[in-house]
Structures are given as C-alpha cells and as structure tokens.
Ligand binder design. Structure first.
Ligand code: BG6
Length: 492
C-alpha cells in the first residue's frame, strides 16, 4: 500500500473510548508497520476526560500492546508516539473547537498536512449531529484547497426517519463524497473476497442463480452476550445492531450482479439494486418469516430492563425478487450467546436428478459452498464422490481452503483497511447513503410488527442455536441450518 497524497491529521472524537483503544489505535500502528501511513500524519484525540499528552500516549501504548495483531516494536512505537496528541473538551464547547482549530493549524505547519482532515466520530450516536454542526460553525469542514472527511460509526440512525435526518445534517456540511459511513464488516478480508470468488472463477458464476441454488444461509453467531453495552443494546437489538447493516451487506455481496467495472459507484449501484429487489414485507410475512429470540439471563444484564423485549437473536427468510434469484430463499441469522463465534455464507446447491445413485448407494448429500468470513477465512466445498473400496457407495467429501491458517498469514484488521481507504479517498468499502436508506426501509417493516406484538421472552438457552422457531423456519421448506464454524461433520 502506498502513502502518496494522503498527508493529513486524523481527529478522533471519543479518544478515550473503547473503540479507539481496541481498534483505531492498533489499526493506526499496524498501518505504520505496513508502511501505509504517510510521514506527514498525526492523530489528535478529543475526549472529555482530563489528561496530558503523556498520560494519553502511555494508555495508547498499553492498548496497542494488548490489541494489536502485530507485536509492538518499541522503536516503531516511538515514531508514532510523538505524533499522538490529546485535547480535552466537551462536544458542545465552542471554546474547545476554536482551540482545536488553532491547534490543528499549528500541526499543519509542523507536519505539512495542508489542512487535510479525517474527523473520526467514535462517539455515541447522539453526538454525531452536534459535532458535525460545531465543526461547520467553526469553519473546520470547508473543503477548500484541502479535504476534510468524516468517518461515522454505526448505528446510522435508529430507523429510516432518523437516518434521513442525520444524513441531511452530515451531508449538508461534508457532502456525500466526504462522508464515510462505517460498516466494519466491509473492511474484513473475506467480504472483499466475495466478489473475487464470484466474478473471477468460471466454475462459480455460471451456477450462481435460481437454476442451481436451492437456498443461501448467511449466519453470524457470537458466543458473548451484550457485555457492558446493555444501555446501547436495549434500544438496538439484533435487528438494528447486526441485520440492518452487516447482515444485509453480506446479502448484497452474495446476490449482486457483476458491476460494469470496479469503480465505487458501479459496485454500490449493484448492491443497491439487491436491496431494492427485496420482496416487500407485509405484516403477515413478517410474522411468518422473521423470528426473534432473547437468551435466558439477558434481562439480568447491566443496564437492561428486567422485562426487556429486546431481541438478542434474529432469523429471517428473505427473497431477492429479481431474475437471477426469484424463488431462492435467503435465510439470515445472527445472535448472541450462541455456541460458536463464526460468520459464514453457505450456498446449498440443488440436487441432481435422483436416477443413478439411490439410497442403496448412500443417497446424495447436497453440494455446498461455504464462504468462511471469520474466524477462519476461506472457502469450503462439499461434494459427492465414491467411497474407496466399496461398490459405488457415495459419500460427501470436502475441499477446505483456509487462507489465514497458513503460517505467517495475519490478515489486516477491518479498521486498518477502512482508515487507509478513507485517507486515500476511496469510499468503496463504506456504505453509500442509498444502501443505508434501503436497508432501513426493509428493517423498519420488521421492527414495526415486532413493536406491536409482544414476544415470549426469554426463549433460548445460552450456548444453543437460538429459539426453536428459527429451525422451524427452514424445516417448513424442507431445509435445515447447516452448522457453521467448522462443525460440518455432524451433518454428514
Ligand atoms: C458490531 C455490533 O457492529 O459488530 C456488536 O454492534 C457485534 O454487537 C459486532 O458484537 C460483531 O463484530 P465482529 O467483527 O466481532 O463480528
């Protein structure tokens, strides 16, 4: 990766928060390690706690030591350390912004950063609008002779209306071109690989349609509960926290048509078409095709209401109603306190006509292609072959490609790629406004029905695959969830 034309100051609002310590600072350090950080670059963290540069730098050092994928090298750290600054002020404090503005000008001179800025809003969503407004009022987002970009963490709104409102506030100041909406899943290696696997191999693309595919299963499971995020999660739930963004992004990449080229807009255009083709949800369809769950014990978590109706699990049956996919169910599921931490896309192919290999030969298992997003990154293929030494007995065999199992392979973290792309001005791996808009349109229909129907919660035990209704969703169609996370054996 090169570092031309990306000289800038990265200003992180929320500099003392979890995201900054666990993800952003280690990502900056790893970019430096990979020689992808420009020489003319520094970081200013803004927070509300009182601390000196010195104290802050020591804290960042500890975080990098703990969370970086690459072991910290003290020489290299010295190179970064002196380029990290801390500024304390409340996000509504005008004096704080004018001081910051002067400080950034001084840093421009020191680091030759030409007025280029990345403002990273690693703060609770209620501050997005305020900070953008203040940056505007103080003439810090003017985009004349230099560039100023804003990176915004999710959640981008809590429904369509609030997202439209927020979007206007942000793009009035920064314009769409300079707005980088983060969906960190897009920064993951294997999400970027989905398009390559699909569009660079002759044996996948021709069968990637409703003639050959029986169903698609997209799962993202976590073993953890809500941990210390009960306050946020109560208002979000699995639908807003995972489905509206990460899961629908996985769906669009799996279902999209090949773009006419690899430019940002061409790719986003195709992704949006998938979202526009999602089969309209009526309240009846929501009741039939959307399942929610809550794990036992969630109501006792910190900052969670004792009679909470927030879902910690969601499973959907979705149709992409276009020429390629009509009739193929896409099953999506995500949840907390499930048996494994894993994200995978399973493509189940249609059976061949059953005229040759009947039961006496062992029956035929469906061909499966699994795109393994995390923790293993790779592709798994299951197909039928003759069992050695028998009379034509057929068994499923597997080819398993794991790219991050190879020695010395240490895939960059999502945030490294995202920060680097924002520095380069490439928004391909960020969500364009219409993607966010159409995702909310879809998800709002589900949220509306769920709001008006009281669930029977809790309905699944920690360490299980969610409520029975999620299994039922597939059994009705004579399918079953394929286990994920490398436990395919059980299915054979
Ligand atoms: C975040 C959600 O966006 O993604 C979290 O807010 C979730 O609730 C996380 O745990 C999962 O991300 P990853 O990269 O660990 O799969």
């Amino acid at each position: 990766m090169g570092t031309d034309n990306i000289s800038s100051v990265m200003v992180i609002f929320g500099g003392t928060g979890d995201l900054t310590h666990r993800k952003l600072m280690p990502a900056v350090y790893n970019l430096l390690y990979d020689k992808s950080l420009p020489e003319n670059f520094c970081v200013v963290s803004v927070g509300r706690r009182d601390k000196t540069d010195e104290i802050y730098r020591n804290e960042v050092y500890e975080s990098i030591k703990k969370f970086s994928r690459i072991k910290i090298d003290d020489e290299l750290w010295k190179n970064l350390r002196d380029r990290i600054y801390y500024q304390k002020f409340e996000f509504n404090d005008d004096y704080g912004y004018s001081k910051l503005k002067d400080f950034l000008r001084m840093l421009d001179d020191k680091y030759q950063t030409n007025g280029n800025r990345i403002y990273y809003l690693a703060v609770a969503p209620e501050y997005f609008e305020l900070i953008v407004e203040k940056l505007h009022q103080h003439g810090m987002a003017e985009n004349e002779k230099s560039w100023q970009r804003v990176m915004i963490e999710k959640p981008f709104g809590k429904d369509l209306n609030s997202a439209v409102y927020l979007n206007k506030k942000i793009t009035d100041v920064f314009t769409e071109k300079n707005t980088y909406r983060i969906d960190h899943y897009l920064g993951k290696e294997m999400l970027q690989n989905i398009m390559v696997i699909r569009f660079a191999n002759v044996f996948f693309e021709p069968v990637w349609n409703n003639k050959y595919i029986d169903n698609v299963q997209i799962s993202s499971s976590e073993m953890v509960g809500v941990e210390n995020r009960g306050g946020y999660y109560e208002k979000a739930g699995a639908l807003r926290d995972m489905i509206q963004n990460h899961m629908l992004q996985l769906l669009t990449l799996t279902a999209m048509e090949p773009p006419i080229d690899l430019t940002t807009d061409s790719i986003h255009d195709e992704k949006v078409k998938v979202l526009k083709s999602l089969k309209e949800l009526t309240p009846d369809l929501v009741l039939k095709n959307a399942v929610r769950g809550q794990y036992e014990g969630y109501r006792n978590e910190d900052r969670v209401s004792p009679d909470s109706d927030t879902e910690t699990f969601a499973a959907l049956k979705v149709f992409v109603d276009n020429f390629r996919w009509a009739g193929v169910p896409f099953y999506i599921r995500t949840g907390k306190k499930l048996p494994v931490k894993s994200t995978e896309i399973v493509i189940q192919f249609k059976p061949l006509p059953g005229v040759l290999y009947f039961k006496e030969y062992g029956g035929l298992m469906p061909d499966l292609l699994v795109i393994k997003i995390q923790p293993e990154e790779g592709v798994f293929l299951q197909f039928n072959a003759k069992r050695p030494g028998t009379l034509n007995k057929v068994i499923p065999v597997r080819m398993d490609f794991c790219q991050n199992c190879q020695v010395g392979m240490n895939s960059p973290e999502a945030y490294e790629r995202l920060i680097y792309d924002a520095l380069r001005g490439d928004s391909t791996l960020f969500t364009r406004w219409d993607e966010v808009e159409y995702s909310w349109r879809y998800v709002d229909k589900i949220a509306e029905v769920w709001k008006n129907n009281k669930p029977e919660f809790p309905n699944y035990k920690p360490g299980t695959w969610g409520p029975y209704d999620a299994d039922e969703l597939l059994l009705r169609d004579n399918f079953k969830w394929w286990n994920i996370g490398g436990f395919y054996d059980e299915n054979v």
